[in-house]
Ligand binder design. Structure first.
Ligand code: FAD
Ligand code: NAP
Length: 335
């Protein structure tokens, strides 16, 4: 079914009001193919929408919005060490994580409680608490918009990087991800190295991936705003990756700055710290603001509009540039 002039307000976690010219929710690849082959949709903009937890609608979307409801999940194989789970793009990400942790299959537990869908998980190579989804992605299946051909890429072909993949670059707007196959570990190792996780386990023992899942959920619930209460899209900005010389120059000026290795000659700087140093933490500007516990997260209070968020984002980018000579850029996808 195709709906015209459909409100996307309920379909983005910032809660912004925007209309889609056409909106549809295919339940399988055949329905998706059928819609995409209609003449009226062949040459208009296409947006594949998951849960809208990483999207800012700056305007109405004058095209076709496809929200996949492909929700089947199956175990497709196993060997001595691994289990392979193939999951539909429409499945809620955290349901996939609990499907795995409930069975003792490891690799996804540090990524617990990230909002969104399975289909979006490879797009920005979701990451948290020292894990990235690329480490458990075996393959990604997608339909190619023009030809409607089905393509399967191995994880190693997806050009995964820090919050980055081929789906944000060469295949942006052309690949519609329908299934992702994950390779989970039958004998998981426990990744508790990240500071907040190891602090959590100072007072308790960590025996299983379920303990890690519990820790991650508790930490996230305490630190991050719940989008059903206050609109937000998680981290609004990416952590900047800069040359090691620049990071060291800043570290000399600001000894409390933490720097993390990010490949040869490069370092990752915490954007939250840079924004905090510019005095934004906890500040409110009209209907928008900066989260008091994590300044990477911008908040959209009741009545907020996209222009206010974009204005605040530009102000933050300018202030960080002025104070540190560092460019930060949005992680959120702006349409
Ligand atoms: P959407 O926001 O709907 O879409 C995101 C992008 O992916 C868009 O460009 C869209 O076109 C594309 N896309 C979606 N589905 C498909 C598909 N099937 N095929 C092709 N393209 C597609 N992210 C992290 O990495 N780590 C975190 O810890 C994290 N924490 C968060 C916490 C909060 C409170 C919030 C609100 C967000 C957080 N995020 C985090 C961001 C977000 O949850 C992820 O980016 C998530 O993967 C987005 O999923 P989605 O289904 O909502 O995608
Ligand atoms: P945090 O622990 O306060 O850390 C701040 C920043 O420092 C993080 O962005 C993190 O980078 C980096 N960092 C900390 N320890 C690190 C280590 N051992 N090695 C490399 N980098 C390290 O972060 P937080 O805000 O509470 O978030 C916790 C985790 O959830 C982070 O991994 C974060 O990315 C993820 N998260 C993401 C979103 C989103 O929307 N993208 C929203 C909320 C939380 P990384 O971000 O690269 O890990």
């Amino acid at each position: 079914m195709i709906i015209q002039n459909y409100s996307l307000k309920k379909h983005n976690t910032l809660g912004l009001d925007a209309n889609a010219r056409f909106f549809t929710t295919p339940h399988d690849e055949n329905q998706l193919r059928k819609v995409l082959s209609e003449n009226r949709f062949r040459n208009i903009p296409l947006l594949v929408l998951g849960s809208g937890s990483n999207i800012l609608f700056s305007n109405d979307f004058d095209g076709l919005v496809v929200r996949l409801e492909i929700n089947d999940i199956s175990v497709t194989g196993d060997d001595d060490k691994s289990v392979y789970v193939r999951a539909g793009a429409g499945i809620n990400w955290d349901n996939l994580v609990s499907f795995c942790t409930d069975r003792g299959w490891g690799g996804a537990e540090n990524l617990s409680w990230i909002p969104g869908t399975v289909g979006a998980s490879p797009v920005q190579n979701i990451g948290a608490y020292g894990s990235e989804v690329k480490d458990i992605i075996y393959s990604v299946e997608y339909l190619e918009r023009e030809s409607l051909n089905k393509v399967t890429l191995k994880g190693s072909e997806c050009k995964f990087g820090y919050r980055d993949s081929i789906f944000k670059r060469e295949l942006k707007s052309t690949a519609i991800i329908t299934y992702v196959t994950f390779r989970l570990k039958k004998f998981p190792d426990l990744n508790t190295g990240y500071a907040d996780i190891s602090a959590y386990f100072n007072q308790r023992s960590c025996k299983s991936i379920n303990d890690i899942r519990e820790a991650v959920i508790a930490i996230r619930k305490d630190k991050l705003p719940d989008p059903s209460v206050t609109g937000n899209a998680g981290s609004f900005f990416k952590n900047p990756v800069v040359k090691i010389e620049k990071a060291e120059e800043l570290k000399n000026l600001y000894p409390s700055l933490k720097i993390y290795p990010a490949g040869e000659g490069m370092c990752k700087l915490p954007a939250a710290w840079l924004i905090d140093q510019c005095g934004f933490k906890g500040k409110r500007f009209g209907n928008v603001g900066v989260h008091e516990k994590q300044p990477l997260v911008l908040l959209a209070y009741k009545g907020a509009v996209a222009a206010e968020l974009l204005e605040l984002s530009s102000l933050i980018i300018r202030e960080v540039r002025g104070k540190f000579g560092i460019e930060i850029s949005p992680e959120v996808n702006i349409f």
